[in-house]
Every structure is written in C-alpha cells, then in structure tokens.
Ligand binder design. Structure first.
Ligand code: NAD
Length: 321
C-alpha cells in the first residue's frame, strides 16, 4: 500500500468511527484504537503535508451536529485537546512549553469522560447552553441543561460570562439506569459517556431530570475576569458552578507525573469516569502567549490512560437509545 492509500484508509476508518461515536453514541472500536490510528495519521500528514485531505479528522473538531436541535453558533471557537499516551510524549510537550515560557507553573485536572458543554450567562441568568459540536457550531440544548440539577439557573453575581464544562453521568446513576432498562426489557447503554451524550440529546426534556446527570466546569470562554486557571476554578465555586476538587498545582514534570500516578490508582474508586489527566499552564497571560493550533490549545495537553478491561467490554454490549 502506498502512502496516499494508507492516508485514505486511515481517514475513512476514523471518519466512520467518529460517526458511530459522536452521532450514534455507539462506538465499534476502543478509544485506544481510534487514538492509535489518529496518531499515525497525524504523523503521516506532518511528514507529507501535501497529502492532507480536506475530509481528514485532523482538520476539524470532533462532534457532528444532530438534526432535531437548533444549531448554536459559538462566539468563540471551542477547542479540543491534543493527546499524549506516555510520560515521554508529555515531557516533549512540557519541553516545548518551557522553550516559550520561563518557569511555567501548571494545574493538573482530571479529564472527565462526558459531553463537552458551554453555558451562556447574561447578568447572572442562564440564557443558553450548547454542545461543543464542531467547535464553531454546536447544538442548542438549553432546555435539557436547565434540567440538570447541579447547574445554577442564576449565578451568585450578576455577570455575563461563557463557561465551559463537562456533563457526565455518575457511575451509580449509570448502573441504576441500566438496571431499570433491563427490567423494562431495553438494552443497556454502553458506558456512562454514551449514556450522558444520549441523554442530553433527548428531545424529551423530562428524561434529563430523571437520569441524574451532573457537571464540572473548568474554563471561561473568551476574556477571563481572572489571571490564573486556579483563580478561575475558585471563582466558579463562588459563582455556584461545580468544579472538581481533585486538582493539583505542579512546577515540573516530576510533580505532574506524580499526580498522574495518583489519578491512575484512584481512577476506579472515583464516583465518575475519567479517561486521563489534563495539564494546563496556570497563568492565563502565558496561555495567551502560547495560543492555539487549528484544533488545540498549545497551553494544555491531555494525558490519556491506557485502555483497561472494563473499556474492552463496552463493545460487547448491545446498544439502543
Ligand atoms: P477528547 O475527549 O479527547 O478531549 C477534549 C475534551 O476533554 C474537551 O473538549 C473537554 O470536553 C474534555 N474535558 C474533560 N475534562 C476536562 C478538563 N478538566 N479540562 C479541559 N477539558 C476537559 O477530545 P474530543 O475531541 O472530545 O474526542 C476525541 C476523542 O474521542 C478521541 O481521542 C477518542 O478517544 C474518542 N473517540 C473515540 C471514537 C471511537 O470510535 N471509540 C471515535 C471518535 C472519538
């Protein structure tokens, strides 16, 4: 097989898997397999830029917009995160950051395995909520998000702000949902991420309230009223938005890696699914300096956990909405 054919095959497979994952909420391959093929494609494309295809998944941000929902044009592009799968990969990213920024400081956060959301507050009131979609256009899911019990309809300050976060289904709520489905003769949801995505894209809003979705918020989209990521998270708490307490300040690779090791050990005992750790440059001015690629911030990276047995079982479970 020549290079062009290999690239074509990778693009076609990745696009089919993305359709199954984002549109059908029914993956047919492990995230690990998707990530490996994606990494191979990135390598081939960077060595042969003239062979980059327009339909390559490297040229767009993830999700596909479902029909049935109004489209929502985000005022800011909502980026995804670049992935690494080893300490070596992480160290390469850290070295790149250190070349641009003297003595950077980092915040390490858990990577919540749910559905990416952005919420729009005007004078403290929740006015819109949307999925990330392709980063530029998402789905307007305001009525569904209003039915997530931990999402404040009114912030504790009358400010106008756009916040990004993740909606997820806690493990207990996921087990309960699947038990109920079994009793009703319905097939099980594959995993909490698919169940959360399927729930938020329900046209019947009453279903959302019943299923017990929850949220964590982690970023201001657009200009931020604070100077560091740490301050943003503290401010969110003051506003009444839920933030994840499991975060860690780090000054170097050893400190980052020690948080990743702890997170890996604690992963199973957490009440929600995580698929990695996100490492972010703490200073927002330094984040601005590092900027973005077409798809990712340069100031953050996702370290993804290796696949586990539980994940392998996902694909053997039959799925319906
Ligand atoms: P991603 O899920 O790998 O990472 C980006 C997302 O992480 C952000 O958009 C945000 O929503 C989320 N996130 C969670 N916690 C966060 C935190 N603390 N800080 C910042 N962001 C946080 O990227 P993606 O573009 O949403 O999806 C791509 C991934 O989806 C692939 O790497 C693959 O694992 C999976 N996928 C799998 C298949 C399959 O068939 N199995 C197909 C397509 C995609």
């Amino acid at each position: 097989m020549n290079l062009q054919e290999e690239i074509k095959n990778l693009v076609e497979s990745l696009n089919q898997w993305a359709y199954e994952y984002y549109t059908l909420d029914k993956p047919s391959v492990l995230d690990f397999e998707y990530d490996q093929a994606y990494t191979r494609l990135v390598k081939l494309e960077s060595e042969n830029p003239s062979l980059i295809r327009e339909d390559s998944p490297t040229q767009r941000t993830g999700d596909v917009i479902l029909s049935g929902f109004e489209k929502f044009q985000h005022p800011f592009n909502l980026y995804s995160l670049a992935d690494v799968f080893s300490r070596e990969g992480l160290s390469e990213w850290e070295s790149r950051v250190c070349k641009a920024i003297p003595n950077p400081e980092y915040i390490c956060e858990l990577k919540i395995d749910g559905l990416s959301l952005s919420l729009y507050y005007e004078n403290g009131q929740l006015v819109n909520a949307a999925t990330r979609g392709d980063g530029s256009i998402g789905e307007n899911i305001t009525e569904n998000v209003k039915r997530i019990s931990d999402v404040p309809q009114t912030l504790k300050e009358k400010i106008s702000i756009v916040v990004r976060g993740e909606a997820y289904l806690p493990k207990k709520a996921f087990d309960k949902l699947n038990d109920e489905r079994e009793l009703q003769g319905l097939s099980a949801f594959a995993n909490p991420r698919n169940a959360a995505a399927g729930t938020l894209r329900q046209l019947d809003t009453s279903v959302v309230r019943k299923r017990g979705l929850a949220t964590f918020f982690y970023q201001v989209a657009g200009s931020s009223p604070k100077d560091t990521q740490e301050e943003v998270l503290e401010y969110f708490e003051e506003l009444g938005l839920v933030v994840n307490k499991e975060r860690h300040f780090a000054k170097n690779m050893d400190e980052i890696w020690s948080f990743i090791e702890q997170a890996t050990k604690r992963r199973e005992s957490l009440p929600y699914d995580i698929d990695g750790v996100v490492i972010k440059v703490n200073s927002l001015a330094e984040q601005d300096e590092l900027g973005f690629t077409v798809k990712y911030p340069r100031w953050a990276i996702a370290y993804k956990f290796p696949p586990d047995l539980a994940e392998t079982e996902i694909l053997s479970v039959e799925w319906t909405v």
